[in-house]
Design a protein around this ligand. Structure first.
Ligand code: ADP
Ligand code: MG
Length: 278
């Protein structure tokens, strides 16, 4: 009986999941029943003998909002490159859920399969309106042409409205993205990633160059996404990290130096030495 219930629950979840993620290629396989949605184990990346990641082991739980901090050169961006398939490690394993081996998938497959990445610089289509940007994002990493000529389904329209509300750009919907403020462009790009309903969202330095008000709004935005999505945020702005952080991981020389609440890591003498005492 228990087993049957579990099966039913699984099927129910998959249906919700399908509705939220129309594009997911391997959603039925994504297995987070043990907690983590991302497993990095013993990951090493060398550039000409220099280890950018050195036997890095790190787990991200399904639905969590994790902040990653660490001095320049600690390996934060390299870690994101490995997760998204841009860089292949020399050794180690990288799993999305329990069963999906990310090292066997291409960058495009990973992006289509539910891992979205936000780079530092916003890359919106400046001459297109906010609405059109979200519409184009429906296509994902491939198939922009198909989207341009296809009519939106009611579900897709609803999803655009939903995302507009999440990113707070309802009032800007018909303005060209090029006239938005820096912060608004960043939110739009997060919205474009959300159109793909990623299970895991990687965000590199989201508040760099933002005003205090935009930073505050971004904190609210990312916090509101946690739970429905798992989010990994790399950020230098410690004030910002303190606002949003539950669990913080400190990277140093390609490995985890400390992990815990902001208070725990900030009072860790090793962290003070390599990072906060700079
Ligand atoms: P972070 O994002 O934490 O500042 P990075 O991941 O960008 O750190 O870099 C980690 C280290 O790896 C740095 O010393 C950097 O110079 C080096 N590195 C990163 N990418 C390359 C590359 N493509 N070729 C050579 N060295 C690299
Ligand atoms: Mg970096």
């Amino acid at each position: 009986m228990k087993a049957l219930d579990r099966l039913r629950e699984g099927m129910r979840r998959d249906r919700v999941f399908d509705f939220m993620m129309p594009k997911v290629v391997f959603s039925p396989e994504l297995d987070t029943r043990h907690g983590p949605i991302l497993y990095l184990e013993g990951v090493t990346v060398s550039f000409d003998g220099f280890k950018a990641l050195d036997d890095l082991t790190l787990y991200i739980d399904d639905g969590e909002l994790r902040c990653i901090i660490g001095p320049n050169g600690a390996g934060k961006t390299t870690m994101m490159d490995v997760i998204t398939g841009k860089t292949r490690p020399d050794s180690g394993s990288v799993y999305f859920g329990q069963r999906i081996d990310l090292l066997r998938l291409s960058e495009t497959e990973i992006a289509q399969g539910g891992i979205g990445r936000k780079f530092q610089k916003p890359t919106v289509f400046e001459q297109h309106t906010v609405f059109e940007n979200l519409e184009l994002a429906l296509a994902g990493p491939k198939g922009v042409w198909a989207t341009l000529f296809a009519r939106l389904t009611p579900e897709q329209r609803d999803r655009i409205d939903e995302v507009l509300e999440i990113i707070g750009l309802q009032d800007q919907v018909h303005r060209p993205a090029g006239v938005l403020s820096h912060g608004q462009k960043q939110w739009l790009e997060i919205g474009m990633l959300l159109m793909q309903s990623p299970r895991l969202l990687l965000v590199d330095e989201p508040v760099a160059g933002m005003t205090a008000q935009e930073t505050e709004r971004t904190a609210e935005l990312l916090t509101s996404l946690a739970g429905r999505h798992s989010i990994v945020v790399v950020e230098h702005d410690m004030e910002f990290v303190r606002t949003i952080a539950r669990k913080v991981t400190v990277l140093h020389e390609g490995r985890v130096l400390a992990e815990g609440s902001m208070d725990e890591v900030q009072s860790d003498p090793r962290v003070v030495e390599v990072y906060l005492g700079e």
